[in-house]
Each structure stands twice: as C-alpha cells, then as structure tokens.
Ligand binder design. Structure first.
Ligand code: FES
Length: 149
C-alpha cells in the first residue's frame, strides 16, 4: 500500500495578525490540514527571501508568507516593504528553479481564522497535485555524498 504524499508547508507569519488568526482558527476548533509549521516573526517586513529558499532547501514543499492587511501593519509599512520585496523576488523565482505556485502570499488579520484555515487547506490540496519539491533536496544530497569519480 502506498502512502499518500503529505506536503510540508512552512508559514512565515507576523505575530500581530496572521499568528493571531491561526490561533483563532485553533481556539474556534476549525479543521484544517495539519501540514503547516508556523514560524512567527514580528512583522512581514522581517521576512527575507533567504528564509524562503532555506525552508525549501530544508524540505518544505511550499511556503506561505502572511501578515497584516496593507494599512494595518503594526510597524506602519513593514508589509508594504514585504510586498515590494515579494514582487521583485517573484520575478527571480523561475531563474533559481522554483515554481512560484509553491509560494503563497496572503494578508490574514487576527479576526480571520476562517481565512487562515481555508488557505492552508487550499495550499495543501494544490501542493498534493504538484508533488514533492525535489530540486534542492537532490542538490543537497549530491553535495553531501558526491558520486565517485
Ligand atoms: Fe503584521 Fe507588520 S506587523 S505585517
């Protein structure tokens, strides 16, 4: 019997909105896929593109970036900086061999537990259809145990 592929999702979220929204989803007992691992940061403005690459390199199949809605950032404009950074980073994804459909960006407030649960479920289903993200894992395996020459 083959085991169904379960994607690993790493969610980089801001503590004030999306983390609180995820908490609300939990306390409201909403059901959502258990495939997500949350990394809480002070603000989306703190999320470096390197975090995304590192997560994929270490085994994630998809990444979610989420924080306060534009205009609601607790540090005034952190999410606006994140949005600009994402626009540039997205254009480089194909260059580094990452399909942009593996990386999702969404604004989720502290009152949107439902939205958080829906996005995690949608992401999980989408990543199941895409399958595991292998390129970086293969590269790391080749570096760690190179074939005999
Ligand atoms: Fe939430 Fe800046 S504090 S995005």
């Amino acid at each position: 019997m083959t085991k169904e592929f379960e994607p690993k999702i790493v969610a980089f979220v801001c503590t004030y909105c999306t983390y609180a929204g995820a908490d609300l989803a939990g306390t409201s007992r909403l059901k959502y896929a258990p495939n997500v691992r949350i990394v809480k940061l002070p603000c989306t403005g703190r999320i470096s593109p390197m975090f995304i690459l590192k997560a994929l390199q270490k085994g994630a199949d998809g990444v979610l970036i989420s924080g306060c809605h534009p205009g609601d950032c607790h540090f005034t404009s952190g999410n606006l900086h994140a949005r600009r950074r994402w626009t540039v980073f997205r254009s480089l994804l194909n260059f580094v061999g990452i399909p942009d459909e593996r990386i999702w960006v969404s604004w989720i407030s502290a009152a949107e537990g439902n939205k958080f649960a829906e996005i995690i479920n949608e992401m999980t289903e989408k990543l199941k259809t895409l399958g595991p993200f292998e390129p970086y894992k293969t590269l790391i395996r080749d570096i760690e145990s190179p074939a005999e020459i």
